[in-house]
Design a protein around this ligand. Structure first.
Ligand SMILES: *Cc1c(COP(=O)(O)O)cnc(C)c1O
Length: 371
């Protein structure tokens, strides 16, 4: 299927460069950067972003699932790739495409070992995932001895890295909790470095960690949302630029009279004569129905227009009374100069969700780096 040309997601590599440099400037010169490109590089284009980040000099890339890593390898990306959530059924691709797994459970560890043994492979590099409070994936402190025993018995695996994940690095009010996580991670590092008789590649910080906890830098940081122009706190967004801009043209304009309604279920009733613009994108393109009925604003000629009525599958309507616009005029849903947070001004969600939801039927248009 050919994607529609009008509704498009512009991916500005100059903004990516700006954000990368902001991150770099936060770090010691020797600290490595892992570019997190999971979920189509946060809804943009994982191959384009990965190639660009590789050129910028990232040490690692990371994705959630093996299939996402395979896609990058097939696009000739040679940089080491960490898989955060490898699934058992794709272990053969993990090995075939030289991807590095996060090992987070005994079940996964033992299955990976069995597979490598069967293939007669030794010293396959892994990163160990430590649970320091997220309670999602990873080994707990009381499992460390058993992990060491497991690894010692299995020369198929070579421990090369160790990491954990901060729960609330963007929340100043959770500073104490974050500090405890940092301390617990450092203890885990000591335990496993002593066990391995060597330094491991250590990493703990996500974007907000990079921006707020210099003490937790370790050997490498995992930059995700900040690369794409957002943070978890207004102070963080300020210095970054949104990479993705979702744009669409006005499909149709019409005046409606007092008492007339707009859209399914008549959720909007005009209190007086109103000018309504129909936009050719809807919830199937990634704009949740949550944003209907005045819960979000788009930008047209530097003015804000609220969504009226329910968001439809392929279309939505906005109120453009008091602005001069014509059919075909460009509408900025969110992006540069009207961020996902400006769009979602009631904070019904977070930028992560908004930007990763832009569906694959929206064409991607890349704005190349300025020479
Ligand atoms: C997604 C993810 C990141 C990136 O987090 P941001 O907040 O987007 O920087 C880092 N580490 C892990 C384990 C992740 O799953």
């Amino acid at each position: 299927m050919k994607a529609r040309l009008e509704t498009r997601l512009e991916i500005d590599l100059n903004a990516l460069k700006h954000n990368f440099e902001v991150i770099q400037n936060q770090l010691k010169p020797q600290t490595k950067i892992m570019g997190v490109v999971k979920a189509f590089a946060y809804g943009s284009d994982s191959v384009v972003i990965s190639k660009t980040l590789q050129d910028f000099g990232v040490s690692y890339l990371a994705v959630a699932y093996i299939e996402e890593g395979v896609r990058l390898r097939k696009a000739n990306i040679s940089c080491p790739i960490l898989i955060f959530y490898p699934q058992l059924e794709e272990i053969s691709e993990l090995i075939q495409f030289n991807l590095t797994p996060s090992v987070y459970s005994f079940h996964f560890l033992k299955s990976l070992h069995q597979f490598l043994k069967f293939k007669n492979i030794k010293n396959f590099p892994i990163h160990l995932k430590i649970n320091t409070g997220m309670n999602r994936l990873g080994f707990d402190k009381n499992q460390f001895d058993e992990v060491k025993t497991c690894l010692s018995d299995r020369h198929t695996l070579k421990l090369t890295g160790i990491f954990s994940h901060l729960v609330a690095s963007g929340m100043p009010e959770e500073k104490d909790f974050t500090w405890q996580q940092i301390q617990d991670f450092k203890t885990a590092v000591k335990t496993f470095e002593t066990y391995a008789h060597q330094d491991l590649l250590t990493h703990l910080c996500n974007s907000s960690g990079i921006l707020n906890y210099a003490e937790a830098e370790m050997d490498m940081v995992r930059a995700g949302i900040a690369l794409y122009g957002y943070g978890n706190h207004p102070k963080e967004h300020k210095m970054l630029q949104p990479v993705s801009s979702l744009k669409t043209p006005i499909a149709q304009l019409r005046w409606i009279q007092k008492g007339e309604s707009v859209g399914y279920d008549r959720k909007y009733i005009a209190p007086e004569k109103r000018h309504i613009a129909t936009l050719p994108l809807g919830y199937a393109d990634g704009i949740s129905r949550l944003y209907g009925n005045g819960n979000a604003v788009v930008k047209i000629h530097e003015k804000l227009a609220p969504i009226v009525g329910n968001v439809c599958m392929d279309t939505m309507m906005v109120d453009v009374t008091n602005m001069s616009c014509r059919e075909g005029d460009e509408v900025l849903i969110f992006g540069k100069n009207h961020s996902a947070i400006d769009f979602d001004f009631k904070h019904l969600s977070i930028p992560y969700e908004l930007i990763t939801r832009v569906s694959q039927r929206v064409s991607r248009v890349v704005i190349p780096l300025n020479k």
